[in-house]
Design a protein around this ligand. Structure first.
Ligand code: ZN
Length: 305
């Protein structure tokens, strides 16, 4: 029995309080969390937990309201001993409400779907006041805008100036929305930002999945570049995720991969994401600790664990 199924058994049997379970678990940093509304489908029904590739059957969603999303996310953080979450939201009022609900737990960043919304001028005072401490998720790929577009340069410049961690969606897939362009997701397109801003603390969602060769080239050439392991821990077939993770670790990148859940409106994915890493039997316990905590602690400047 691995530690995850042990924890689950304890939770299900119910004789051991969850706080005791959390205390037994080593700390985790989640580098990819979202404040989320609950978006419904065209028939007004809850959208199941998504899966790719289609056709596939997602499991039914547990959260029915934004309050559910927040409560269940915080419960999962307690259960799995997630001590920090990099949390992004496109509505700053909602984002700050989450931060206030769990003091010290979140590092807040603005979602940027389109350049100018919000603008760098609007963001600067939020950083100065300490309300924001990260940049992103930059999700402009959802509008077909690639990371080498000059419209994004002011965001990278501000992040470099303020030494902010930056999360960007630059990979081969995303939610099935009309403006999304695969062609804008090749990690090689990050090169101009990395050259222009050599101190940029940039990390790429899903470590560029499925562009394995391209992200290896970029991470070899730009040692500051990191990647998260987030949506692919639960949205694609488990074996495919493990193949990609194995490829990254075999290439020697195990010290630059960071756990994330990308839970969105489905907080039940947090546990699934953790289990996907824990079940990777080709990783040593030390390699798993690097992914769950050590690499993010170093990247965020929390000090060597
Ligand atoms: Zn995301």
């Amino acid at each position: 029995m691995n530690s995850y199924s042990g924890a689950l058994l304890i939770a299900c049997v119910g004789f051991w309080p969850l706080s005791a379970t959390a205390q037994q678990r080593l700390p985790i940093i989640d580098m990819h969390m979202h404040v989320s509304r609950v978006v419904l489908d065209a028939d007004g029904k809850l959208i199941p937990v998504p899966c790719d590739p289609q056709p596939c059957q997602g499991t039914s969603a547990a959260a029915t309201s934004p309050e559910d999303v927040r409560r269940m996310t915080l419960e999962a953080m307690d259960r799995y001993n997630i001590v920090k979450g990099l949390l992004s939201g496109d509505n700053l009022t909602d984002l700050y409400a989450w931060v206030d609900a769990a003091p010290g737990r979140f590092i807040a960043g603005p979602v940027v779907w389109k350049p100018g919304e919000p603008s760098v001028e609007q963001l600067r005072p939020e950083y100065a006041a300490g309300r924001l401490a990260a940049m992103g998720e930059i999700g402009t790929q959802y509008n077909g805008i690639s990371p080498n577009d000059p419209l994004l340069d002011p965001y990278f410049a501000l992040a470099e100036e303020l030494d902010l961690p930056v999360l960007i969606h630059t990979l081969g897939f995303g939610a099935h929305l009309p403006g999304f362009r695969v062609a804008a997701g090749n990690p090689v397109l990050l090169e101009s930002a990395l050259v222009r801003h050599p101190k940029l603390r940039l990390y790429v969602e899903n470590t560029g999945y499925p562009f394995l060769s391209e992200i290896i080239a970029m991470m070899y050439q730009y040692p500051q570049l990191h990647g998260d392991l987030s949506t692919i821990t639960w949205i694609i077939p488990r074996e495919t995720f493990h193949d990609y993770l194995r490829g990254l670790v075999r290439a020697g990148l195990g010290k630059r991969l960071m756990f994330g859940s990308d839970q969105m409106q489905w907080p039940e994915t947090i546990g699934r994401a953790i289990e996907a890493i824990e079940s990777a039997d080709f990783l040593s316990p030390e390699q798993k600790r690097d992914i769950f905590y050590n690499n993010a602690a170093r990247f965020l400047g929390l000090g060597e664990p």
